[in-house]
Design a protein around this ligand. Structure first.
Ligand code: F6P
Length: 350
């Protein structure tokens, strides 16, 4: 399963280090699992996969509630295979999640490490986005605890994986919403600015714009000297159409959908403009089949990775192969929105 990783693409650890790690891993008897940061559909499928794969190996599994916050507070419970029954289809996370301020301090991490020792947890699987994997890396570095990351975020902004758990579901949710917005936009001959999540990443906006047949996407990655709003207007918004939909990623760089709509009202009062901010509804709902399969594959792979002596790596998917991505790369390296996607949208929106 991990062939492409071993073939070297994202190979993380030297052979000597692996032998050393294997010695450590032979002693693994129990692992902990937590979800952290923003929830994402498919996190439950990942928890289920890690839990069952570890029990299959004869290891104990401890569910850690409310992310690093719960690790500090000792909110830890032993999981059985039944603990994850009937969860693969559920959105959110049965382990709950949090963004922990305490974990950012050395004292917080010391308490977390102490609880891992107290419960006899030898290794940790962390499911989350950028901030969560950064936390895992710190803990691993300071306390020599083997940590494996699973990319769990709707933003799809982790380097080294084609997709993150939750992204596909969120994309489909957005497309479904935009299809509905288009009905009313067309009926009223209006321009709609639809704001979607993604913090500093435009994957959700760009790809939902293509999938929903929108007229434009305004994303942080396409920030150039040319103003994206001017560009959209310059292309002639109403040459052949009576209504338009513009997907806007929530990035503060361009001020968001509200700001752009306000500009439009001032600069082009001839247009009837409306805004829809999709907000947290993008994070909920039943995970898509793609996300369930991705989460299941990466969850099993996380346990395999621990068995192989890997540590401080995120499991990713690259060209349909499971790969290891060192935390440092997954977190730090920018994942680019392919210029081809930007081109496709501008060609198809004429
Ligand atoms: O990181 C996932 C994400 O959904 C971002 O797209 C968004 O900016 C953020 O979380 C919102 O976080 P919160 O739920 O804490 O408001």
């Amino acid at each position: 399963m991990l062939e492409s990783a071993s073939a070297g693409m994202f190979f993380a650890v030297s052979d000597d280090r692996i032998m050393e790690n294997i010695r450590i891993m032979e002693n693994i008897k129990a692992i902990g699992i937590l979800t952290s940061g923003g929830d994402a559909p498919g996190m439950n499928a990942a928890i289920r996969a890690v839990t069952r794969a570890a029990i299959y190996e004869g290891w104990k599994v401890f569910g850690i509630y409310r992310g690093f916050e719960g690790l500090i507070g000792g909110e830890i419970k032993e999981f059985t295979t039944e603990s994850v029954s009937n969860t693969i289809q559920r959105g959110g996370t049965i382990l709950k999640t949090a963004r922990s301020r305490d974990f950012m301090s050395p004292e917080g991490r010391a308490k977390a490490a102490e609880n891992l020792r107290k419960f006899g947890i030898d290794a940790l699987v962390v499911i989350g986005g950028n901030g969560s994997l950064t936390g895992a890396r710190e803990l691993a570095r300071e306390y020599d605890i083997p940590c494996i990351g699973l990319p769990g975020t709707i933003d799809n902004d982790l380097y080294g994986t084609d997709s993150t758990i939750g992204y596909d579901t969120a994309l489909n949710t957005i497309v479904d919403c935009v299809d509905k917005i288009r009905d009313t936009a067309t009926s009223h001959d209006r321009i709609f600015f639809v704001e979607v999540m993604g913090r500093d990443a435009g994957f959700l906006a760009q790809n939902s714009a293509i999938a929903a047949g929108a007229e434009a996407a305004i994303i942080p990655e396409d920030e150039t000297d040319v103003d994206q709003l001017d560009q959209f207007i310059g292309r002639g918004i109403r040459k052949s159409k009576n209504s338009s939909i513009v997907l806007v990623s929530e990035s503060p760089k361009h001020g968001g959908a509200m700001h752009l709509a306000e500009r439009m009202r001032v600069e082009h009062p001839e247009y009837d403009v409306r805004v829809t901010i999709l907000g947290h509804l993008q994070r909920g709902g039943t995970p898509s089949a793609y996300d369930r399969i991705l989460a299941s594959r990466l969850g099993v792979a996380a346990v395999e990775a621990l068995k192989e002596g890997q540590r401080n790596v995120m499991m990713g998917i690259d060209d349909d192969h499971v790969v290891y991505v060192p935390f440092s790369r997954a977190i730090k390296q920018d994942k680019v929105v392919e210029p081809e996607l930007i081109n496709v949208l501008s060609i198809l929106s004429i």
